[in-house]
Design a protein around this ligand. Structure first.
Ligand SMILES: [Fe+2]
Length: 341
């Protein structure tokens, strides 16, 4: 008796499935760790333009990678998207991505912003910078990430936990450039200089500097954009109390990371996936990211938003993003040795 509603439901489900069988051809499933409301607007625009619906599954990146490995051939996913080059590298290493054939990815984005075998492509760039109190820090006091370990910064630095992939990525590039020994010394020095044990998000670090708890923080630029445009006045005031400093301009350049995506190996919808990737890499959408998520375009010639122009131009570190993945485990060890929670 109790089975009846179940049977009815599943019968309905099956018929709904077969009824929409045709439109299923025009659907993509995206596994993503991104959490931006604006991404949904992008998907809506894409649907309006192409009739292709994007079904989104959001979770932590490593969870999604494991899920894709477990689902294998049976995965409903067509695309995998992450907010860290190291994570994209790990996804490729896990064998869950196929070489992409999107024209825009192959023609408009060159390595290192595209994996050399085209298993993933960057969609946006993000810069990890120093933000400083306008009142208490003169930009002339600032130079490099490395210099934040100097004794002159004792008790003046805030930065989030070392479990965060953005910090791990920054440290991999430092290990790559300066070596392990110097990087450990740096991490220990910064740990000593912290105004409080690592806690909270990048936004919380900006809030802490604005509140006078510390003088400098290491954060991704787009979080400042989010605070500058926040609904809460308190957040807009916090953003107004600080300024961006682009470190390492006389040397290797400011650390950048990427958000990017790849086509899932088991996907049979490569054509639709290509249309989606082409759309994300169109000049129109690239400019929209600059304006709305405050990330930087990956396509040359796309103008920066007004806000990003105000933040200023900078020289970016041209590190190969595979380094972010290859040295990730090493970076975690160094952070642990340094006692950076
Ligand atoms: Fe983020």
């Amino acid at each position: 008796m109790k089975l009846t509603p179940f049977l009815t439901l599943s019968a309905l489900f099956i018929s709904a499935f077969s009824l929409t069988g045709h439109s299923q051809d025009k659907e993509l499933t995206l596994y993503t760790q991104r959490h931006y409301a604006f991404d949904e607007e992008v998907h809506a625009k894409f649907f309006k333009k192409t009739g292709i619906k994007v079904n989104v599954v959001k979770a932590a990146a490593d969870e999604l990678i494991v899920r894709l490995q477990e689902e294998g051939e049976n995965t409903p996913a067509d695309l995998f998207m992450a907010t860290d080059g190291g994570t994209l590298h790990r996804a490729h290493e896990a064998g869950i991505l196929q070489p992409m054939t999107s024209e825009a990815a192959l023609e408009k984005v060159q390595p290192p912003l595209r994996e050399k075998g085209s298993h993933w492509v960057a969609m946006t760039k993000r810069a990890r910078v120093i933000i400083h109190s306008k009142d208490r820090v003169d930009p002339s006091e600032l130079s490099t990430y490395e210099a934040l370990a100097d004794e002159s910064w004792r008790g003046r630095v805030v930065v989030r936990s070392s479990t965060n992939s953005y910090n791990q990525a920054l440290l991999t590039t430092m290990i790559d450039a300066d070596g392990r020994k110097k990087s450990l010394k740096w991490a220990s020095g910064v740990r000593k200089n912290m105004a409080r044990p690592p806690q909270g998000s990048d936004r919380d670090q900006v809030r802490a500097v604005a509140a006078g708890l510390a003088d400098v923080a290491i954060v991704n630029t787009y979080y400042l954009g989010i605070l500058e445009t926040a609904e809460e006045k308190k957040d807009r005031d916090a953003a107004a109390a600080v300024k961006i400093f682009f470190p390492n301009q006389a040397g290797r350049g400011t650390h950048i990371n990427i958000s990017g995506l790849g086509v899932v190996k088991a996907s049979s919808k490569v054509g639709l996936a290509n249309q989606f990737i082409d759309f994300l890499l169109s000049d129109e959408v690239q400019a929209l990211y600059s304006k709305n998520t405050f990330e930087y375009p990956v396509v040359d010639g796309v103008p920066l938003s007004k806000r990003q122009k105000v933040w200023g131009e900078f020289k970016a570190d041209d590190v190969n993003f595979s380094v972010l993945g290859e040295l990730n485990a090493e970076a975690i060890k160094v952070f642990n040795e340094a006692g950076w929670e």
